[in-house]
Every structure is written in C-alpha cells, then in structure tokens.
Write a protein that binds this ligand. Sequence first.
Ligand code: NAD
Ligand code: MN
Length: 506
Amino acid sequence: MATPTKNQKMEVLDMKRDTYQMIINGERVNSNSGKTVPVYNPATGEVLAQVADADNYDADQAVAAARHAFDNGKWKRTPVGKRSRVLNKIAALMRERFNELIELEVLNSGKSIGAAHVQVMQSIEDFEFYAGAIVSHRGHVNNVPGQFMNYTQNEPVGVCAQIIPWNYPMMMAAWKIAPAIAAGCSVVIKPASLTPITAIILAEICHEAGVPAGVVNVITGSGKLIGDHLVEHELVDKVAFTGSTPVGKDIMSKASKTLKRVTLELGGKSPNIVFDDADIEAAVDGSLFGIFFNTGQSCEARSRMYVHEAIYDAFLEKFVEKTKKLKTGDPFDQGTHLGSIISQSQVDVIDSYVQSAIQDGATILTGGKAADIEGFEGGYWYEPTVITDVNPDMKVVKEEIFGPVVVVQKFNDEKEVIKEANDSVYGLGSAVWTKDHARATRVANQIQAGIVMINCPFSAFPGTPFGGYKQSGFGRELSIETLDLYTEQKSVLSYFGSRPLNPFGV
Ligand code: NAD
Ligand code: MN
C-alpha cells in the first residue's frame, strides 16, 4: 500500500488539488493498486483532478476501519451533547470555506453557481439540524403492569455503507453523513465516480472538527465493483443508497443475504398539476423552477406537467416564453440558470428520449437538442426542452429522463388528473397549483408521493422528510425520522417487585 500521510488531527488546507486521496481511518490514502482515475469538469470536458481508483481491498480497509471505530465505542459513547458540538463545528468549518466549497462543487458538477450556493448552504444547515435533533432523539417509557418497568433506547445501527449519486455531490454526502454520525454510527461513503471531490473534502472537515479516526471513511471508485462489495460485506450493518431505481433494486436483493438495514432514495417522474384557478404567474415561475433547476438532473424534478384546459394555451405560451429566457452557459456566471449536463453519455440518454418522443408523434415546443455554448465547446450541454402532444403510453411520459425535459398534458377534471398523476411506478415528488385551499388539500391527500408541494417551488428544507412511495424507494432523509433509520430501538423490560416471580410455578 502506498504510504499514507499520517495525519491524526487532519487539517484541510488547499482544497484545489491535482490529486485527491481517499479517507480511511482518519488518514489520506492512495488506492492499494496505486491507480488513479481522472475526474472532469463537465462544463469544459477538461480533466479536473485525479482520484484514487479503489478496489475491494481498499473497500475492506475502509470497512475494517469503520467497524473498529464503531466497536471500540469511542464515538458512539461520546456524550450526545459533545457529538452535537462536533456536528456544529463541522458546520462552522464548512461556513469558513463556503466559497471554496461552492467553487469545487461547480467545477466537478458543472452546475450553476446559484444552484451550488443553495446546495452547499443546505449541506451546512443539515449538520446544524442534526446537531440539534440528536439531542432530543430519546427513548420512551411505556405503560406495563405494576412492578414492571419498560423503557426504550436508541442505539446506533453500526457500520453504514452510503452510496450516493452525482447530481448533488455535496448535499447527498451531507444528507448521509450528518444523521449517521449524529446517531453514533460509522460510515463508509462511496461518492459517484464522476463527482467525488466535495465528499472527500467534507470527510476531511469532519476530522478537523474532531470526529475520531475511522468514523467517516470515503472510498472512491467504480460503483459496480466496490458498491457491490460494500453491499454484500459481512461487517456492514446498513446500506443507505441514493441513485437510480434499477441499481436500488439490485442493492436491495444483494443486501438481503446478510439482512442489512436498507434505505433507498431512488428515481422519480413527479407530476406538476396546474388548475385553472391557480395564480398563473406563480405557477409558471414555480413550474419552470420545478423542472429546470439543477438542469433537470434532480430526482424530484417535476417532469410531468398537467395543465387545466381552460388555461392551457395561455399558461403554455408564458411557460415556453420564459423557458426561452433561461440562460444556459458558464456555470460561474451569476446570471446562469442551467449549468452543464454531467457527462456526454447523459446528454445521449436525454437526446434519445427526445428522439423517441418525436418518433412517437410528440411536438417539441422549444429546445430538443444539445446546446452549443460559446467558450465551452468541450462540455456537455442540453437545451431546456418542452414537449407536448404526448400520451400516457409514451416512453418520454413514463420514464425518468434526468435532464431538462418536461412533458405537458392537458386535463379537464380533478379526479381524472389525480388518476393520471398516480399512473406511475414512481412516487417521489408532486406539485399542485391552485388558489382553492380545499382542492389543494383534497389533491394532496390522494397523491401517491412522499412529497407534495402546494403553490410551492421547493421540495425540502432541513427537517422536512424526503423520500418516496412505490418504486421511488423507502426511508426518509433530512428529517428527525431519519435518526430512527440510523438507530436500533432497544426495549428494556425490568421487574422490581419485592416478591420473586416463579411463572412456571415449579
Ligand atoms: P446510479 O444508480 O447510476 O449511481 C448511484 C451510485 O451507485 C453511484 O455512486 C454509483 O457508483 C453506485 N453504483 C452503481 N452501480 C452500483 C451497483 N451495482 N451496486 C452498488 N452501487 C452501485 O445513479 P446516478 O446516475 O448516479 O444518479 C441518478 C439517479 O439517482 C436518478 O435515478 C435519480 O432519480 C436518483 N436520485 C435520487 C434521489 C432521491 O433522493 N430520491 C436524489 C438524487 C438522485
Ligand atoms: Mn421517535
């Protein structure tokens, strides 16, 4: 193994590097093979840095470190108030490096600086949220017959393998690490191969803030190879996965061999319903953000739009007009709305969906092709795209595209639109635009989705549960309930009567 830089009290110095090492047992380490792989700036197509290319040997090292750190009990037995202070310290150190974190996130993901700004801010707030939440995550005292006593306590579940996607590299790392370490778990986090940098930096910050060695490990490399290995590993207690639905299904079946705890945050095809009594301006602006934020590369992107026939033409005219006004380009330009797509293969996926829609007889109202961005010719870009004349059987209506593409359908009846909205294997996000409070509530009650947004463009804040129904997965993140998913509940039952019990009577 290449010599690790011994660094017990790790300090995060220069964040822009040529090479990023992994974090195992509180040390920066290279891969066992010594191999690295390039990561790119998707806005330019240029190599950004090299990262370690881990194999199963490295994954075993990371798991062993996490196992040891958990079993020695140092972190899980750290008083909860102290753990809370360390989480707040992580947040404070992130705040000190706010602009550098944003810059790294933009460089590695191609997202607009505005998007990176809110996502890094939310990542900081996640640590602050869990610093507070863990203190009041307590057990219960239950009613049992006299002279018995029962209480429950929450104990950390153990070693958690956390596998995350490329669309929110920093925020997904924060959603995973913050509740896990708040609860006293150890983690081995595997960022997406395309976007590992900010997760590595976050782990370094955790160590600088005082998280003991081995509690937060980061391992970089192929998802298929080390992802599988982590999911099947005997010494891993839980898998928390965010990514696509097919990989989620594979993980669930593989995790069953060791009966690991599993939480899955998967794909979506979220409906966005605009009623004729909606505030049209607000609905246009919110629907625009709902699909095009993060360049449509979002699991809860409102990618199926349903518009009431009475306002359909007026709404769509405004919607398309504003779509054309959106600025796609230089991610570091404050005026940019849509940054780049993560990779050429993702551009190809998006375009093949658009082509399938055209073949199926749909109409492209705007966009529909890869974008040419002056000065960023080597990067991966797609125009914000609006498609109509679709029907529920088309691929473009059924499947998650994960790009800046929205399909628009007309409806005339509330019952009918609820049925259509629910006609999906997914159930992650949903949005309703109406001024009628009774209708909004009625629809919210009938939508099969983990999240309903009423006249609201945003899907979550720290504290709101985030997760799906149906094939969008299960488990909730970002909220107080998440702590239940990183803990086991132990029921302690005791007898304190003065007369010894002899239940067999022998
Ligand atoms: P992906 O499923 O291809 O990859 C996700 C992660 O899993 C990556 O780290 C990858 O390396 C790893 N991986 C790949 N194959 C694996 C395997 N066989 N075993 C174990 N790990 C494996 O997804 P992606 O393309 O990175 O991200 C896009 C998907 O993520 C979309 O479907 C999107 O909806 C979903 N997503 C969901 C949420 C949510 O909260 N529900 C949030 C963001 C993204
Ligand atoms: Mn509870």
